[in-house]
Design a protein. Sequence first.
Length: 267
Amino acid sequence: LYTTYDILSPMIGIFDSGVGGLTVLTKIRERAPDADIIYFGDTKNAPYGTRPLEELRAFTSSAVELLLSKGARDIVSACNSVSAFTTLSESGLLAQVPLSIIEMTRPTVRALARDFTGEKIVFLATPATIASSIYARGCAESGINATHIAIPELAGAIERGAPRDEIISIVARAVSVLPRDTDVVSLSCTHYPFVQDIFIEEIARAGLAAETFDPADSVAEEVCVGCEKNGNGTARFILSKDSAVFRDTLSRIFVGSPMIEIRDVSV
Ligand code: DGL
């Protein structure tokens, strides 16, 4: 297995349920334009955030195996709803990741503790992320004053390209349950930064003074420290099911249309 990887140029493998991870990929490319990237979006199984843990673990193993087989040396889990590290440790796959595994949690918590010391942080995320308590644990360890609120429908709505009005009403409902003294709203699902402008508008409309925080850049910062970033700046994309929303989003991020391979990796 190892020998197979060695003949390929080292790449950073990024995965998510669909378009969400593109918010992270964009920040990685800004900080490391020469990194070679392979991205997998599990569009066939998206959204992840309302699925049971066992299913999410199986999807995570398949995604990582696919990325490794395509030459990824580092793995970035651009999905808060799964823990790549836990899944890989339990399946024994961990030993096969040649370099590092980067998840959203640690860089997010580190950046919040550094930049918003003593402030009241609210984590907005999928039900799977909130149920896993990963942010609750990270915040307790870092002394962050945090509240956690799940938004069950938002990632799926963004993934299927729902009309703006529908997104606005989902966001408005979430904002209506924010504590009045919230200082910072962490967009802890990688899909949410696509509608950060709507969060900002609805927070202002509700008369709150909270600011929004997109963790993608702090994740990109960690990728620059821990991953192979000297390549040819190539980016390849694999989806488990073709998606017009994904293609459209990608064409707004990249000049020209990168090739997308469709590969069903069903478990
Ligand atoms: N973007 C992912 C996350 O950060 C998954 C969202 C979903 O598919 O529900 O949680």
